[in-house]
Design a protein around this ligand. Structure first.
Ligand code: PMP
Ligand code: GLN
Length: 384
């Protein structure tokens, strides 16, 4: 194994899901729903499998999907992208992120990202031989995560190539406010940096969040320097499909495509028209999806508080984070490794997503994208 990949072991998600299977624990670790997505989408995939969509689709993705991606962004965020040249379909958001970093970063270039960060970020940055410059998110007394603007300013410099921004944010559940995004935008423009935005939770912002979801590309001067990434997995409860996309100015999208064609070449044909159907569903699908997840969040939040955790705000995403210190925990990794035996539940230690281990040591993440009866079972186990 090449040296730059040696620090990366098996992903925490695989490790903790295997532990859940082995111990019979309720798996609130890895973020995947336990119900299927919209019937219209599933029917369309079945029809496409029987309908001649089984050979290589075009490299940038089937036109019907690129058109649906563009229409969806126009409908929800007022963003205009040309489906021919400004949209590329990828193997989930994960491939789009990797291809973007590999396409844009020279060895030694710096990538500013907020920690805790989604685990593929560090690995993709390492593959490109770039350097990550993390800016730390910490929960405040109100349970909302925030960063120190001076640390963000200090993270930018002459080698900054891009900022990799995830909002709504995994694992913290934070939704970046317009003011926070404006600071990111100002710094990108001052330093001539690109922004790569991971918006896979764009439809998961709850009604008590401090801010609605604001795509960074909608801020003045940002569309031309932002590559916007999302995927079907979260919004349509099909994480196993791995259909994602990136949108942005043609120069950025063609750079991604140049790399992507040698990573996966193209992506699963029959799933593409099906995701197009899903993206074109009426607004009621999207609002129902958000309200359903919000009630699951409320259920788990109450149960975790009853169990004695200090529960942080979860403004969006599939996740809620908690402080384990009221339960006598000091180290999240030890706590999560013991939790299946102790309580029959699996969670994820936030620490693994931080470079600053002290900042994340006492925080653990629970996923609430599960059926209410599964959450009830987990809560019962946590409250003996
Ligand atoms: N980014 C974030 C923040 C995520 O939580 C995930 C996990 N779903 C991904 C990217 C990966 O998305 P995909 O499965 O579409 O590759
Ligand atoms: N995005 C999901 C999570 O954060 C799953 C990621 C994965 O398994 N790679 O839990």
């Amino acid at each position: 194994l090449v040296e730059r990949m040696r620090p990366f072991g098996t992903t925490i998600f695989a490790t903790m899901s295997a532990l859940a299977v082995k111990t019979g624990a309720v798996n609130l670790g890895q973020g995947f729903p336990d119900t299927d997505g919209p019937a219209e989408m599933l029917d369309a995939a079945a029809a496409a499998l029987r309908g001649g969509f089984n050979q290589y689709p075009p490299g940038p993705g089937l036109p019907v999907l690129r058109e649906a991606v563009a229409a969806h962004q126009r409908r929800f965020w007022g963003l205009e992208y040309d489906p021919d040249g400004e949209v590329v379909v990828t193997a989930g958001a994960t491939e789009a992120i990797a291809a973007a970093i590999l396409a844009l970063c020279e060895p030694g270039d710096e990538v500013v990202c907020f920690e805790p960060y989604y685990d593929s970020y560090a690995a993709s940055i390492a593959l490109a031989r770039a350097t990550r410059r993390p800016v730390t998110l910490r929960p405040g007394p109100d349970g909302r995560y925030a960063f120190d603007p001076d640390q963000l300013r200090a993270a930018f410099g002459p080698r900054t190539r891009l900022v990799l921004l995830n909002s709504p944010h995994n694992p913290t559940g934070k939704v970046f406010t317009r003011a926070e995004l404006q600071l990111v935008a100002d710094l990108c423009q001052e330093y001539g940096a690109y922004a790569v935005t991971d918006e896979v939770y764009e439809h998961l912002v709850f009604d008590d969040a401090g801010s609605p979801h604001v795509p960074l590309a909608t801020l003045p001067g940002m569309r031309e320097r932002t590559l916007r990434i999302s995927s079907a997995g979260k919004t349509f409860s099909c994480t196993g499909w791995k259909v994602g996309w990136a949108s942005g100015p043609a120069a950025l999208v063609s750079a991604v495509l140049r790399v992507k064609q040698f990573l996966t070449f193209v992506n699963a044909g029959p799933l593409q028209p099906a995701v197009a159907v899903a993206l074109n569903l009426p607004d009621t699908y999207f609002t129902g999806f958000t309200t359903g997840l919000q009630s699951q969040r409320d259920q788990l939040r109450a149960g975790l508080a009853d169990a004695g955790f200090t529960v942080m705000q979860a403004e969006g995403t599939y996740f809620i984070t908690t402080d384990i210190r009221p339960l006598g925990g000091t180290d999240g990794i030890e706590f999560c490794l013991a939790l299946p035996e102790r309580s029959g539940v699996v969670a994820i230690p936030s620490q693994v997503f931080y470079d600053d281990k002290d900042a994340g040591r006492h925080l653990i993440r629970f996923a609430f994208c599960k059926r209410p009866e599964v959450l009830t079972e987990a809560i019962t186990r946590l409250n003996p």
